[in-house]
Design a protein around this ligand. Structure first.
Ligand code: COA
Length: 278
């Protein structure tokens, strides 16, 4: 073993057919990332080599071999501080369509889970911006992460069959965020025994700001440009360019949007307004 605990002598645990698919190897060439990862308890870094790119990541779980990683040509992604855990038989798919650094956890524990990563903005806004936990359970779950969306701390749970979380481009997620497509348990009528729908997809439009400790529940669409206030619990749709606050969240203003900076220029505000009107 070398000083980072990974050498080329360590056998890859999986090899693809020569024709296609990802190949997983140890990440001796990615010393910087490997050193960072060494401090993690489970610290194994793998190098996923696809036909178009190499992506260092901590890929673990009994069914890690069932994950197909697809990277768009020219993309440079770093998942070395992201644990990708595959606990159920595949197929599962991780599609990396844009360059960027992802930290946190992605867990595939259902069937046919799909995570699509759109990438960081260009130029990157903040190298520590993307921290989240994503859980893909149930059958045919999809988490589609729009390009340029930042996230300080969030948990996304896609559960229930055929549900998805779609996140538009250029959103800003604060910390303590929860977005989940399912109640996880059932609610039923004690006279008719009718069981309520307990899961449904969530759509978060482009340029949406989710304030600190906010929650978005099943079946909700948040329109583009909108702001969800700190601590809000969103249980019903919010229109475009609106401000919604409280528990349950209620719209308190329309015709508003936001910027990442405290004092945006007139040009920037006009640009955002134009985009939202297009
Ligand atoms: C949503 C937000 C942007 C609205 O700001 P604002 O437009 O200046 O709103 P105001 O302070 O004028 O408040 C308008 C009303 O909404 C209420 N309100 C504002 N934010 C609220 C919130 N998060 N929850 C409940 N009520 C809220 C105010 O009490 C006020 O009610 P009133 O008219 O009865 O007095 C802001 O309150 C907020 O929640 N920011 C989130 C900040 C954050 O999470 N930052 C993390 C860094 S990414």
């Amino acid at each position: 073993m070398d000083d980072i605990g990974l050498t080329a002598a360590v056998e890859p645990r999986w090899r693809p057919s020569p024709a296609s698919g990802p190949e997983r190897r140890t990440a001796g060439r990615f010393e910087k990332q490997s050193r960072q990862a060494r401090n993690k308890a489970s610290g194994e870094i793998n190098l996923v080599v696809t036909r178009s790119a190499e992506v260092p990541m901590e890929l673990v779980g009994d069914h890690a071999d069932d994950l197909e990683v697809v990277v768009a040509p020219g993309v440079k992604a770093d998942f070395s501080l992201c644990t990708v855990r595959v606990t159920a038989p595949g197929p599962h798919r991780l599609e990396i369509n844009g360059s960027g650094t992802v930290r946190g956890q992605i867990i595939f524990s259902g069937t046919n889970g799909r995570f699509v990563f759109g990438g960081d903005p260009t130029p990157p806004m903040d190298k520590h911006a993307l921290r989240f936990k994503a859980v893909l359970k149930g059958k045919n779950s999809l988490l589609d992460w729009g390009r340029g969306t930042s996230c300080v701390g969030a948990e996304f749970v896609v559960n229930g069959n055929d549900t998805r979380i779609e996140i538009g481009e250029d959103c800003m997620f604060s910390q303590g965020i929860m977005v989940r497509t399912t109640d996880n348990h059932s609610v039923f009528d004690i006279d008719t025994f009718e069981i309520q729908k307990s899961s449904d997809s969530i759509v978060i439009g482009e340029h949406v700001w989710l304030g600190i400790n906010s929650t978005v529940l099943k079946g909700v669409t948040v329109g583009r440009g909108s702001i969800i206030g700190a601590g809000a619990i969103v249980t019903a749709d919010v229109g475009e360019a609106s401000v919604a606050v409280g528990v349950p969240a209620r719209v308190i203003a329309t015709g508003k949007s936001w910027s990442r900076v405290a004092k945006p220029t007139r040009d920037e505000m006009e640009g955002i307004a134009r985009r939202l009107r297009s």
